[in-house]
Design a protein around this ligand. Sequence first.
Ligand code: ZN
Length: 404
Amino acid sequence: MSTSLIYHAFGLRDYFYKTTRFIGGVLTFEIFPKPEAIKCPECNSRSVVKRGVIKRTLRTIPVGSRPVILKTAIQRVWCPICKFVRQIKLSFSKEGKSYTRAFERYVLELSQFMTIKDIASHLRISWDTIKQIQKAHLTRRYRSIPLKKVKRIAIDEISIGKGHQYLTIVMDLESGRILHVGDGKGGDALKFFWQKIKISKAGIEAISIDMSPAYLSAVIENMPGTAIVFDRFHVVKLFNEKLSEFRRDLYKHLSNSGEQKLIKGTRWLLLKNPENLQKNKGEAEHLQKALEVNQPLSTVYYMKEELRQIWNQSDKNTGGKVLENWINLANVSDIQMLKKFAKTLGLHRNRILSFYDYAISTGPLEGTNNKIKTMKRKAYGYRDFEFFKLKLLDLHNKKYALIG
Ligand SMILES: [Zn+2]
């Protein structure tokens, strides 16, 4: 092995090659610094006095499948200008790391196609070291995320793991990129995001959220002038929850066991879109019969179908008419649940109809949720929560995404 090869293969500028040892399948190259590498780490002065060495070993890129260790003695020097004793700077390794920069780059390259576990076993190094390299890289990469050009975003919570642990995700709806991951599901989870928005002078036009008050007040306060679009699917989902409760109450209060029998088992049929009812299972007939014997249930079911129509019109004006009509019908019904829901819709009219100005929803964010679930199965998520969040920020980045 020559000093020139050490330089070209391992990027070790300013070092001499001394010996090679091969023990237990591991190659160890002993190297020592050239005189020009011995200088003050602070002021680069070469008029320094040597003050002993510190022996160190560092992992570097393998030769074939053989791990390679660099063994060196780091010179300590006294600088008469700076007036202190320090170690000379290593050009090939970051301070305090047990591996070289070349090793780090190699791990990141492998990370594009291999899991942490695979890389660790391939390089015969610990899982934690590979993770540490990935984490440092992702931390650098996502220290600041450019927000200036972001126009349309969605905010929603995702549930992670058992118990009630939540993360709040902010997504750029144009690029599909996750812009922010906050702890929990309230307005507090967005605190740092508002700071980032202010600093970056982002001009966000529209934002999609659900109807829950948690995000709403925070958005109104921190993004004045941004159009709020209530996610249509969340509105329908909320109504479906009310519909299920309504059916359950109804069932409990029915004295006629014949009627009870008909309503039994309709919960899922009521929630299905009519076009999805399965003919061969007689789902439509079952639902039809249950609705025939029970007028209130029939009304609520009809209103569920009408609700979806609010977003299916050709323009905002017509959509508005459908919404007003819904509210009026609910108010003349004798059903409290409908009246209450109408009140909510009336309160948020503009945020519902703004869908016609900005046809956005939180749907893409829910799509990402599936990817996140796959990630969780790989089990690294919980060992280090910050790392898990960094991986989320990296999700959009298919080409460079670090897998496993
Ligand atoms: Zn100095």
